[in-house]
Ligand binder design. Structure first.
Ligand SMILES: *Cc1c(COP(=O)(O)O)cnc(C)c1O
Length: 420
């Protein structure tokens, strides 16, 4: 099923120099100033980021500032309770700021420094990317402008406070629905004006070339560490590697080092409330090929060709497209894109908290829920390596308001499973 042997020379071939993974990727922006800016960016990345000095400095930052390597942890209590499958977590929740996003933000910040830029520009929806980028800006002594819809600013007060505390400027966007889409437009517009002085930082492995490449490379530290840690702890490779997919950064960083291994790989998309349009954000499962946000990939479209509304209980997963490399790995049959709905994700959220003392991000709970499904199905005992992309502190107020502390919810889920 998985043609892993074909992936030996993969990294040398993909993406092509103009940013294609098969037919996916590229740069479909129509503003000539922006195209110029992204080309300069790609050139900077290809030359600077391969230098020994850049690599050594990034390695030091990962160790001394981010606290890497993050551990791989064997969930013995949870595994034993579910059956014979052994679940292991790659603990990105223990990366500084509590999620994997800082891995690429520090890379982008370091690149800005080497390219002589003075400012980082980005948009943010739930605020997680904004906080990670503001952290990088503070570390490197760069200015930081974060564009955010006014509706999101009101909803995400704690993250707005964090960004301001870190010295970033949060720029309110009042156009349209005042959420992420308008913030993206405003940030792109600012970047086309300011690119001589600033660089733009996308929050995931999507967007026009070179972002899918760059973010993948900066996130690969997750998979590289996890692979050697797992080998050292168990003496073998995991049978299955699992990560959640929003735009696809923590997952692609996890998957890349395993592509040429005899390992099954699963990208978990959010099924939200169900299969209907607007009820989920499972782009690969329900979407089609098309250009969205300046790159060609698989995305969720309305019948009129506009981006479809995306929904998930995890705000970090509600993006209507997926990075182009995931579209390619899907077409190649190398990665299985599966779905987990809100309820299964929330059950995993509460169970990991209770059985292992780790409160996960709701995003990451989707990946864990898929490993739990494998364990419950009770086939041949196997080992699952799950990337826990972040911690759940940011989600606690929301969870308590909608699901309480989990007692009733877990009873209800157990009842449902008994009936099934
Ligand atoms: C943003 C986020 C995600 C989703 O983003 P990817 O680019 O798909 O990795 C997943 N988990 C957490 C904790 C996040 O903050």
């Amino acid at each position: 099923m998985n043609k892993y042997k074909d992936f030996d020379g993969y990294l040398k071939e993909y993406p092509t120099t103009d940013g294609y993974f098969g037919k996916y990727g590229g740069n479909y922006l129509d503003d000539p100033e922006l195209i110029k800016a992204f080309n300069e960016y790609a050139e900077g990345y290809y030359t600077i980021a391969q230098s020994a000095q850049f690599i050594a400095e990034l390695r030091r930052i990962r160790r001394d500032f981010q606290g890497r390597p993050t551990p791989v942890y064997h969930c013995q209590r949870l595994s034993n309770m579910l059956g014979k499958t052994q679940i292991y977590l790659k603990r990105e929740d223990l990366n500084h700021t509590g999620a994997h996003k800082l891995n690429h933000c520090m890379g982008e910040g370091l690149l800005a420094k080497y390219m002589g830029k003075k400012k980082l520009i980005a948009e943010t929806g739930a605020g997680q990317h904004g906080v990670a980028l503001a952290t990088a800006a503070a570390y490197f002594g760069l200015e930081c402008d974060i564009y955010m819809g006014e509706v999101d600013i009101a909803k995400q007060a704690p993250n707005v406070t964090r960004m301001k505390m870190l010295g970033a400027r949060v720029v309110p966007v009042s156009a349209g629905l005042k959420t992420l889409k308008e913030a993206v437009d405003a940030a792109f517009e600012a970047y086309s004006r300011e690119y001589k002085n600033a660089i733009y930082c996308i929050g995931t492995a999507a967007g026009p070339h070179p972002f899918p490449l760059m973010v993948r490379d900066f996130q690969q530290v997750v998979g590289d560490e996890a692979r050697s840690q797992f080998l050292e702890q168990t003496g073998h490779l995991p049978d299955k590697v699992i990560a959640c997919v929003g735009g696809g950064s923590n997952s692609i960083g996890t998957f890349i080092p395993f592509l040429a291994d005899p390992v099954e790989i699963y990208g978990v998309e959010p099924l939200g409330k169900g299969a209907a349009i607007g009820d989920n954000a499972a782009s690969v499962n329900f979407g089609r090929e098309g250009v969205m946000h300046g790159f060609n990939s698989i995305a969720l479209f309305n019948p009129d060709g506009e981006p479809a509304p995306a929904y998930s209980v995890a705000s970090g997963l509600d993006y209507p497209a997926v990075g182009p490399e995931h579209a390619y790995l899907h077409d190649m049959g190398r990665v299985n894109y599966v779905t987990v709905d809100d309820n299964d994700a929330m059950e995993a959220f509460f169970m990991l908290s209770r059985y292992e003392g780790i409160i996960p991000a709701i995003e990451s709970s989707h990946a864990l829920a898929y490993a739990m499904r494998i364990a419950r199905e009770g086939g041949r005992p196997c080992s699952c390596l799950v990337t826990l992309s972040g911690r759940g502190d940011k989600d606690l107020d929301y969870v308590v308001e909608h699901y309480g502390y989990g007692d009733e919810f877990l009873d209800k889920m157990a009842e449902k499973r008994e009936k099934a």
